[in-house]
Design a protein around this ligand. Structure first.
Ligand code: SF4
Length: 298
């Protein structure tokens, strides 16, 4: 090939590469802008701290991290567990940690542990992280060493990230906290959706943590939380109705009653959702009481 032809070909190639790079940069920037638009702006809670930007379907957190996979249904609140379908899909896809966790559309009790996800807890730089939203940190088949590894990673996080743990195995949570200094940035909570589960609040009373909270979701009946609000066990209450095709209806009166109990004792309350097939089919989203959205935080 003559030298002049080679030079022209080189220049054309260089121009093409530059144009391609320019186009890729514009594409990435426009994707970033689209992501920005997808995140709702932070709003100010009625009192308390500023509401976090939410990147999950759970309005009271910022992100979820799931070092443990799989669980077992142990309580009336578990009936419509969304984590089962998630596990079914991920086991079929061969995702890490899901092998053996479900069979015939049910949890088997096999727990998969993903060390990389534990490490991620030490590195994540965000506002709030809900840990093990798809499992239960204190499930009986999770070894103590794995629970400790999760807490060590959260303790080592240098970014001011705060962590939310929620369990139905409250007795184990209490026992663990007797032998481990829970950092103030870890909020320890239990699920109580019906009277039958109120005993978890007695176990929560034994948990040594700066922030102890309850998630009344799915709320399945009226609840009297006053003993645990009055004695300072609870510093945060989340209330929500069940969602999904077979949701169990939540009476608005039950929610108003819990809201009033929280007002009486000055405990922040977060009203997440009414019961409905999906947020889109709710009568009101987010829920209000006295014309106000109650997204309070401790
Ligand atoms: S404890 Fe949570 S994750 Fe486990 S089965 Fe019950 S609802 Fe599902």
């Amino acid at each position: 090939m003559p030298t002049s032809t080679l030079a022209i070909a080189t220049v054309i190639t260089a121009i093409a590469v530059a144009a391609l790079l320019h186009w890729m940069v514009r594409l990435i920037r426009s994707a970033d802008k689209a992501d920005d638009k997808a995140v709702p702006p932070a709003s100010l809670a009625p009192f308390g701290r500023k509401e976090p930007v939410n990147h999950t379907g759970i309005a009271w957190t910022t992100k979820t991290v799931n070092p443990f996979k799989g669980c077992s249904q142990c309580s009336p609140e578990c009936q419509g567990c969304y984590a089962i379908q998630w596990a079914v899909r991920h086991q079929a896809k061969g995702s890490r940690g899901y092998a053996g966790t479900v069979k015939d559309g049910k949890f088997t009790g096999v727990i998969g542990i993903v060390p990389d996800e534990i490490d991620r807890l030490a590195k994540i730089n965000t506002d709030l992280v809900f840990v093990n939203s798809m499992s239960d940190t204190y499930h009986s088949r999770v070894p103590d060493s794995a629970v400790k590894a999760v807490f060590d990673a959260m303790a080592a996080n240098p970014f001011g990230t705060r962590f939310q743990i929620l369990t139905k195995r409250a007795t184990r949570m209490a026992k663990f906290s007797q032998g481990y200094a829970i950092p103030d940035k870890v909020w320890c909570g239990v699920t109580v959706g019906c009277k039958k589960s109120l005993h978890r609040l007695d176990a929560l009373r034994q948990v040594k943590a700066a922030v102890r909270w309850v998630s009344c979701e799915p709320l399945l009946g009226p609840l009297d939380l006053t003993p645990w609000l009055a004695d300072g066990t609870l510093s945060w209450v989340v209330v929500g109705g069940e969602s999904g095709p077979r949701f169990r209806p939540m009476d608005k009166k039950w929610v108003e009653d819990i809201w009033q109990q929280c007002q009486r004792y000055g405990v922040p309350v977060f009203l997440k959702q009414w019961s409905a097939r999906s947020p889109k089919t709710q009568t009101e989203y987010p829920p209000t009481i006295n014309g106000q959205v109650w997204h309070q935080f401790p």
